[in-house]
Design a binder for this molecule. Sequence first.
Ligand code: NAP
Length: 488
Amino acid sequence: MNVHITPSGKKLVTVIPGDGIGPECIQSALRIIEAAGAPLEWEVREAGASVFKKGLESGVPAETIESIRKTRVVLKGPLETPVGYGEKSANVTLRKLFETYANVRPVRELPNVPTPYSGRGIDLVVVRENVEDLYAGIEHMQTPGVAQCLKLISRKGCEKIVRFAFELARAEGRKKVHCATKSNIMKLTEGMLKRTFEEIAPEYPDIEANHIIVDNCAHQMVKRPEQFDIIVTTNMNGDILSDLSSALVGGLGFAPSANIGNEVAIFEAVHGSAPKYAGKNVINPTAVILSAVMMLRYLGEFESATLIENAVLVTLEEGKVRTGDVVGYDRCNTTTEYTDEIIRNLGRKPSTASVREYKPIRLPQISRNPVTVVPQKRRVVGMDVFVEFGGTPEELGKGLEQVVEGTPLRLRLISNRGTMVYPAFGAMTDNVDHWRCRFVLRDESADLSESQALELLQRVGARYQWTHVEKLHEFDGQPGFTKPQGEN
Ligand code: NAP
């Protein structure tokens, strides 16, 4: 970790106040950190709505990027994702620009924050892969009526997040890691996380490792959330499960998070800019305060972190000053009063709740080499050519069989949104104009050459509109592609 130390010996942190309720939450957190005497200094920078309005489509100006490159640590308020201007979310841009691959979202039962689960001792962390999966945002219109989003999952990304989850368990004295995937359906992508998890788990014999199908995980989190300790999962699953987990302990006002990479870490609440409360001094700043506590631990400031966490717990336990999300906005205290109360409680210890023992986390050191898996043997056995076509599967099938007559390739099948429709086997699909046409080499031991692949595309293209193409690889004798629904 390359933290920037100022001439006065303090650790420099980039602070992005953000949009909506962001500045109020950040102000509260900064006042508490300063009152706790943590040796930090701030460099305040912009991102989000104000930047989009100036016409910068990324929402993140060069001065902000420069500051983060220097400080390597960010405390940020929520950033609005504008509708109508600005192409991408500034949040996602920041996470991806600095490869903060681990999104850590802890939730725990808090004293005097009543929920249907009160008394069950929920204390879990969702570790969400933060840069890959569908959130890479690689989307294409394949036909005027069919859109595609690429779900990219890398072995390297899986290894980083799985090792991170186990290391986090050790740093926080946790005993169990569940890996939640949809590997029963997406065997190659979601399955990559499951396989990587099962390979790496034996290196952590002190931690119990379990795989769980993600839909059952959601069910179990609602039914018996106290059974979970750490849940590691892919980006979109993690996005959904972590919002669910925050609802278990009192809502978004209490859900902190960290985006951690090997170079940079960004700490922020899970919640957004809640525009209807902006400037009213009524919101709950706890999520940002607890995100700042996570940041202090990341920076090695364990004492200040525990001091602040204890003060938050005392404030909640005593319940003398309460925020609107807990008691209703007609009889709540202000954000400033709540902050003042936490500052008053610095140095006190809660009588019911306790703070974990934390050790510094050992971040997984994984090679920066882009190539992580090297098969002994590889072969291209055919090609999937995606075609836009307005007729029936039989018309397309017969036509394509003519197209490849006398060539090294044959048409094996056609599927429509994943279900085999040619040769017909009785499926009753409501087809759309987007067909995956699978061609395989007639000689099953051959390797498709570049010229054969290009000739296939030329032949198909002479008669149909092809929109997308995938080579069918075999790595070490294992097919690198799945079968459609209905193929035996
Ligand atoms: P949101 O801002 O999280 O607000 C949803 C609701 O959650 C609020 O209306 C409020 O509920 C409650 N809430 C959130 N934070 C609270 C707090 N600190 N104290 C008390 N209650 C709180 O979600 P959104 O309305 O969907 O999103 C608004 C904007 O934020 C969007 O532009 C979105 O893109 C952006 N966003 C940014 C981030 C980020 O920067 N990381 C994350 C999420 C969303 P009640 O209405 O029930 O009182």
